[in-house]
Design a protein around this ligand. Sequence first.
Ligand code: ARG
Length: 587
Amino acid sequence: MDIWFHPSRELDSLVKKVSKDVGFDDSFDPLVRPADPRFGDFQVNGVLPYAKSHRENPRKLAEALASSIRNSPHFDGKLVAISVAGAGFINFALTPSFLNAWLARYKGEEELRQAASKFYSGLKVVIDYPSPNTAKQMHVGHLRPMVIGEAVKRLLGFCGADILCDNHIGDWGTNFGILIYGMKISGYMPDPNDDGALEKLEQTYKRGSALVKEDPQAADAARAELVKLQSGDPENISLWNLINNVSAASFDRMYRRMNLTIDMTLGESFYRDKVDRIYSELSETGIAEESQGALVVFLREHDRFKSQPFIIRKKDGASNYASTDLATLLYRVENFGAQEIVYVTDGRQQDHFQQLFLTAKKWFDAKGYKLPRLRHVWFGTILGEDGKAIKTKSGEPVRLKSLLDEAVQRARSVVKAKNPDMDEAEADKIAETVGVASVKYADLSQNRTGDYVFSWDKLLAFDGNTAPYLLYAVARIRSIFRRAGIAPDEDFASSASVLEDDKEIALARKLVALPAAFEQALSDLRPHFLCTYLYELAGSFSAFYNADKVILDDKPVMARRLMLCARVLSVLETGLRLLGIEPLEKM
Ligand code: ARG
C-alpha cells in the first residue's frame, strides 16, 4: 500500500471498490467521516442506511465489509487498524507506523505539490484579480481583491491547476471624458515617473467633475471629449494612453510590494471591438431584446432577474461592464482554453456576476460552445474600529500605501522591541515583510464573505491567529536546526523510530490533515481554512516542543522528533507562501 496522501478520500474510494466485491450495489455510499478520536481517525457511516434500505443486518454487513477490506491487496493492516463498532460502523485508526511512513514520503514542498496536483490535474483556470479601475489611486478597498486573489491563485496552482491571472482593469468608461476635459482646462500633464502623478490626476478629475456638475456648457464639453475618445481622436487617445501608463506605473509598484504574480493585463478597453459579436449572437439567439432603446437580457426563470434587466448595450449605443464581461468570457474560452474562470471582487457585484453567469449559460448552450465552470469569489468590507467602512478622519478612503507604510512602521517597533540589538538594515527588511504580511494575513484569516474590523493591535500580535505568530513559529524551528548544526532537509526518516508519545502523535495527525485542509479551502475557494489549519498546526507544534526534548542522546528518538520539526517547518513555509507571505529565517 503506497502511503495515501489524503486518507479520508482514499479510504472512501477503497471501501467503495471493495464493497462491490462483497455484493454491495451502486447505491452504497461509504460516507467516510472523521471519527471520534478515541476510536480512530475515520469512520464509515454508510453501512447503516444501506442495510436499512436493503433490509439486512447492518452489523453483519459491516463485519463482512471490514474483513474484505483487511484482505484487499490495497490495504496494509500494519498501517491502518480496522474495527467494527456499535450497530455497524467501521472505524479506521491510522497507526503510528502509518504516520511515520506518511512523514517519510511527503517530506517537502515538492512532494506535497505533486500529490496535491491531483485535485485539479491540469485544468486550465483563468483567475481575474485585482482588476482595479485606472486613473485612481489604490485605497484600502483594493486590498482584498489583491490578497484573496493572489492566495486563491497560488492555492489553485499548487493543487494542479494550469492557472493564468488576467488583470481585467477598468480602463474604459464615461469618466475619461471628464478627466480629459479637466486635463485640457488645467493644462496638467502627468509624468509616469512621478509617484504623485495619480493623486494629481484624481484632483484634476475632481475639478473637472465639479465644473461639469454646475455648468451645462462644461458638461457638454466633457461629453464631447468622451465622444472624441471613443471615435479614436489621436489627441484624446494619447491623453488616455498617458493616464493608463501613469496608473500602470503606480499599480506596478503596489503589485511588487504585495508580491502579486499577475500574468497579463487585458482591460475593458481591449474588448471594445469585440462587443458587436456579443450583441449579434445574443440577439440572434433570442436571449437579448430591445427595451427602451437599450439591449437587455431578462432572465425569466429567475425571481428577481425576470424584471431586473441585464443591460448589455446602453441607450446611447455604448458598451458597458456587462458587454465587456461577456466578450471577456468568450475570449478567455476561445484564446486561453479556460475550463474554469474565477472572478475575485467585492460582494456588491454579486448580482452582476449571477446575471453574467446565467446569461453565459444560455448563450453558450444556444451556440454549442463549451461553458467553463464560473465562480465568483466575493468578499465583504473592511471596517474601522467604529464598525463602519474604514475611512480617514476627513472621510476619504484610506490610501493603501499609507496603510502599508503604517503597518511596516508599527512592525518595526515590534521587531525592535523583541531584538534590541538587531542592526537597522536588517530590522527594516524584516519590518517590511512582517508589516505587509500582517495586513495580508489579517484579511485572509477571515471568512471572506464576512466583514471584518481592522485592528492594528490584533493583526500585529505575537499570539493568536496572526502573521507574526506564524512567522515566529517558522523562525523558531529554523533556529532549532541552526543551533543544532543540522539541516532541515537531512534524511531523518530512515533512522527514525516509530512515533510514541501523545504529543508526537497529535502533531503527526495534524500534519496528515493537510490535504483535508486543502480540500476544504478549495471547495469554495476560502483561504481562511488554510490559515486556521496553519494556526492549529503551529499550536500542536508548540505543545509538542514544550513537552518533548528534540536534541537528545537517543538517536532514533532524536531523528523522529527532528523529522517532525522538519515537516512542520516545510508545511508552515509552504502554507505561508500559498498565502502570498514569504517566510523569514530569523525574526
Ligand atoms: N474593475 C472592476 C471594479 O473595480 C472589477 C473588475 C472585475 N472583473 C471583471 N471581469 N468584471 O469593480
